[in-house]
Design a protein around this ligand. Structure first.
Ligand SMILES: [Zn+2]
Length: 395
């Protein structure tokens, strides 16, 4: 705690304001009180705001002790008198305010971001498995081989035949159980099974076959972690609860775990044959990407001797407008009109303009007539597919 307090003090400086910080005796520079720079006792009591004024002028002559030149430079560059109250500045935080997050970032030694670590912390993997996997990365999973470095410990792995001392490579890759599990998933996922690998090498083989954009790519990236997690759980149950390890159950657990991890993620579906088979074997849920179909709509001439009426009505800001056009069988316009309508809805506008168009055609005897409107509702009424609401029947 003491060491920590010193570290905090060393990384705290002050915005010097109107308060009474002592020039010699307070740690306002973040490097300790300035009196500590002197072998003799400093007896002068003088406030910082007596040594510096608002415009940034320093009155060194007021001090009874000479300040070293390099300190003068540091102070002149770093501090100025402000209007507000004195305020402690926590140097590691960007805004100067102390926070747990900035302190954590300050104290911790971050791992260098590597391809392997990105798989370990992959967002689809549940947090408890991420943390377990990270511990494997640090080689601190308490297998016998790790514990026996601290205390003298006899060790026997969980294999039935030819049991050995339990270390990470044996438990997670080379032992009977691990070999069985890895060969199953190697077959299912199309990853080459290399015998006698260390755990590190096995992880590398799988990551090489992984990628972040396809379903099977991600499955191969996260499976090494899931496999080890389930092996570890089964090993602990066997040791502490004397629960029998069943290979088939373990495989089922791992498969359902990978299915859960991938069920809500939209990823590209793998196109190659081998990956398609793997997806079926693992029964991964395939998220179908909706493909919008584009329909080309174009105007066609009516048959010889026919006329065609096209109408359109719309509404914007409660103003209704509509228009229509009549063409003959050669596609030549014979009549066009537009109209401002009383406020209504898109449908009433469509309906009115159809009525206007039909009246014109009737008046000019443009028959036989084909009609095209862009309202499905109106078309269905007209063709008697749906009943016209009673309030509109009068039209
Ligand atoms: Zn074993």
């Amino acid at each position: 705690m003491r060491g920590m307090l010193e570290t905090v003090m060393a990384n705290t400086s002050w915005v010097v304001g109107k308060d009474d910080l002592s020039f010699w005796h307070d740690n306002w520079t973040g490097k300790g009180p300035l009196r500590d720079l002197y072998p003799d006792d400093i007896e002068q009591n003088i406030k910082i705001n007596e040594v510096i004024n608002n415009s940034g002028t320093w009155y060194w002559e007021k001090l009874h002790y000479e300040v070293h030149d390099h300190w003068k430079i540091i102070l002149q560059n770093k501090f100025q008198l402000r209007e507000e109250l004195d305020k402690a500045i926590w140097d590691p935080a960007r805004n100067g305010d102390f926070s747990i997050k900035s302190s954590w970032e300050f104290w911790r030694t971050a791992d260098q971001e590597t391809e392997r670590l990105q798989w370990i912390w992959h967002k689809v993997v549940p947090t408890k498995i991420q943390v377990f996997y990270w511990k494997m990365w640090k080689n601190i999973i308490p297998v016998d081989g790790v514990v026996s470095k601290l205390v003298c410990l006899p060790s026997k792995c969980s294999c039935f035949i030819d049991s050995k001392c339990e270390d990470s490579d044996h438990l997670f890759v080379r032992g009977e159980l691990a070999t069985h599990i890895w060969s199953h998933f190697s077959r299912f996922c199309g990853v080459k099974m290399v015998a006698n690998q260390t755990y590190w090498a096995r992880q590398g083989t799988w990551f090489k076959a992984a990628n972040k954009s396809t379903q099977m790519g991600v499955a191969r990236g996260i499976l090494p972690g899931l496999i080890c997690w389930e092996i570890w759980k089964a090993r602990c149950k066997f040791r502490y609860e004397e629960t029998e390890i069943r290979h088939d159950l373990l495989i089922r657990e791992i498969t359902s775990c990978v299915q859960d991890c991938l069920k809500n993620v939209t990823l590209n579906v793998d196109k190659n044959f081998s990956d398609t088979i793997s997806i079926q074997l693992l029964q991964l849920h395939t998220i179908t990407v909706l493909v919008r179909k584009t329909i080309v709509v174009r105007w066609c001439k009516p048959p010889v001797g026919f006329f065609k009426l096209n109408t359109n009505g719309s509404i914007a800001d409660n103003l209704c407008g509509a228009g229509g056009i009549v063409r003959n069988s050669r596609g030549v316009m014979v009549f066009a009109f537009s109209a401002a309508l009383v406020p209504g809805t898109n449908t009433t506008a469509e309906l009115y303009v159809l009525l206007l168009g039909l009246q014109h055609c009737q008046h000019n005897i443009w028959f036989p007539l084909l009609v095209e409107v862009d309202s499905e509702v109106v078309a269905n009424w007209y063709n008697k597919h749906n009943k016209v609401p009673s309030r509109l029947r009068g039209m």
